[in-house]
Ligand binder design. Sequence first.
Ligand code: PMP
Ligand code: GLN
Length: 382
Amino acid sequence: MIASKLPLVGTTIFTRMSQLAAETGALNLSQGFPDFDGPQALRDAVSRHLQAGHNQYAPMTGLPALREQIAAKIARCYGRKVDLDHEITVTPGATQAIFCAIHALIRPGDEVIIFDPCYDSYAPAVALAGGHCVHLPLTQPDFAIDWQRLQDALSPRTRLIVLNSPHNPSGALLGVEQLDRLAESIRGRDLYLLSDEVYEHLVFDGARHASVLAHEELYRRAFVVSSFGKTYHVTGWKTGYVVAPPALTAELRKVHQYVSFCGVTPLQHGLADYMAAQPQHVDELPGFYQAKRDLFCELLAPSRFRFTPTAGTYFQLVDYSAIRPDLDDVAMAEWLTRQHGVASIPISVFYQQPPEGLRLVRLCFAKREDTLRQAAATLSAI
Ligand code: PMP
Ligand code: GLN
């Protein structure tokens, strides 16, 4: 038997639940992806470039035209002027970007603070780099940072803190005040930030995303990661980017050039064209997803699930304790899929140590109206 480098890791919950949904014919509200396609003009642009022979390696750092568009968007949304040659790197997906940032920084024995529940790729990347994850639970029920716990957890070995706002799976947002507070907590310490902002354009009710890119003090020590998959409804394209100050970008690129070297060429061309032609796409996104959230929440209101409409992302957490308090969330997600034909994601799997009595599952509402209506009707009848 090979001695596993990741003995505690199995197949991810996203694969397991999507497979179970396919096997049972359930509506798949588990793994986060839209059941509708990305914009026609974007897909046309990619086809055009594919047919025009743009099929060889892209530059390691990303196509200049795409980095230009990313820089323009950052200037427009966050008021930061980034140097596209030294601060932006296009990657094959945000997951790869996260892996590279962690490997660029973490040495054996380093500590990385991550807030639970969190996206499942952080901890394995840290473990493979020889680092040690310090898991800090977010508060309940509002999934906020416990500042005292953070203060107590900081040590001379802390090398990196991983942030994720808008937050998967809870949808909670970090505001500017929290970023200020974080800056204060780590001032004078030799540590870095990895800010996972893949849902940056999915914030609702008039809120504005507080990006680390807009925070002068934090940005100086940060890798900020985003994903075109979320923003343009094309999760299968696995194309994202990292923005970081030049010294950090240089280290990130040393890893990125040997993990994948570059991202997929025709996708980068298509995205660059579409971003140039439709810069307002990102401004329309909050309204687009808020309408889906509102419809889904309205339809679920008569159900026995309890919830607060999510503040961001395309995920809605629902509390099922009035329905099956006897089931833990993994069993509940399986029961809902098999018995009622709606697949969800249990959230305990995103914790090192889930809170006692957690009775929450995550539902993805990046779905067509008919899917949302069908799912809500089923869930309301339970
Ligand atoms: N971070 C979070 C919080 C996510 O939910 C996802 C979704 N897959 C990613 C990173 C990865 O994005 P990508 O598909 O571009 O790798
Ligand atoms: N980020 C997606 C989610 O949270 C899943 C990504 C994946 O399957 N790895 O559902």
